[in-house]
Design a protein around this ligand. Structure first.
Ligand SMILES: [Zn+2]
Length: 276
């Protein structure tokens, strides 16, 4: 409103001067009303255009799969409800979606769907939102003094795109160079799985895995590459079945071109152990 008043004042002064000079004072009031109306319309149009641009920007962020932060955007009250309460609430929401779509929920095949989906959201595919499910990272002393890079590759990854709630399926490859601490191999798979089991963007997932391992291993020398297919790109929208997305995060020594090259070469190794 302050902007509007200022705009009006400027306009008014300008026109008053003009009107005085041209001796059209008699029409002053009528003209001012017209000018004021003109200002309001112009202001409203500008405000609407701004709003439209903001909304389209939000939409584009989702469509382009651009993440907004390294942390998963959670509210402070995210865990006020128990899992059972969440399942009950989501069940109603899924029922509502299906009903709105016109589906017959009394049909045997559909009857159990709302409950199944609610349980799957809370306990499985979004189970990694809950900090209590974070894998306990048991670390060990690096007794054998192995000082080279350790690579855990081809970790199968199932996640969910947070912009469309459709699956992301891919492989994660992780490497670290120990500075005295090592971690059980399967822990790396579990860390990938924990962060994958949330609504995600691939860039954030890659960074979260690296950050977590850096904390566990007490070193910056951690790297992660993820190659994944996003069903929101492959099965709908542009429907490009062949494209996949590669993201990488390199910490510490992995920022050096040579170390990074070694890591990427290890990933290329063929590990089809036929018959094993
Ligand atoms: Zn998506």
């Amino acid at each position: 409103m302050r902007k509007l008043r200022k705009f009006y004042e400027t306009y008014r002064r300008h026109w008053q001067k003009l009107l005085r000079n041209t001796r059209l004072q008699i029409f002053n009031t009528t003209i001012e009303i017209r000018i004021f109306a003109h200002c309001i319309i112009k202001y409203a149009i500008t405000a609407l255009m701004d709003l439209e641009k903001q909304l389209s920007d939000i939409d584009n962020i989702g469509n382009d799969h651009v993440g907004s932060s390294t942390k998963t955007p959670l509210r402070n009250d995210a865990f006020d409800l128990s899992d059972i309460e969440k399942i009950a609430s989501i069940k109603k929401d899924v029922q509502n979606i299906m009903q709105t779509l016109g589906l017959d929920l009394t049909d045997d095949s559909l009857r159990g769907t709302p409950n199944r989906v609610a349980k799957m959201f809370v306990q499985e595919i979004f189970g990694g939102l809950h900090p209590e499910r974070k894998p306990k990272a048991s670390t060990f002393e690096n007794k054998y003094k192995y000082g080279e890079m350790l690579v855990e590759k081809n970790i199968t990854l199932y996640s969910t795109c947070e912009h469309h709630l459709l699956p992301i399926v891919g492989k994660a490859h992780i490497a670290y160079i120990s500075n005295g601490t090592v971690v059980g191999l399967s822990k790396m798979n579990r860390i990938v799985d924990y962060y994958a089991k949330r609504p995600q963007v691939q860039e954030r997932l890659t960074m979260q895995i690296v950050k977590e391992l850096q904390g566990v291993l007490k070193t910056d020398d951690v790297a992660c590459v993820i190659d994944a297919k996003h069903l929101c790109v492959n099965s709908r929208g542009i429907r490009d079945i062949d494209s996949s997305t590669v993201t990488s995060e390199y910490g510490g020594k992995f920022k050096d071109a040579e170390t990074r090259r070694d890591f990427l070469d290890y990933i290329q190794l063929n590990t089809d152990f036929e018959g094993v």
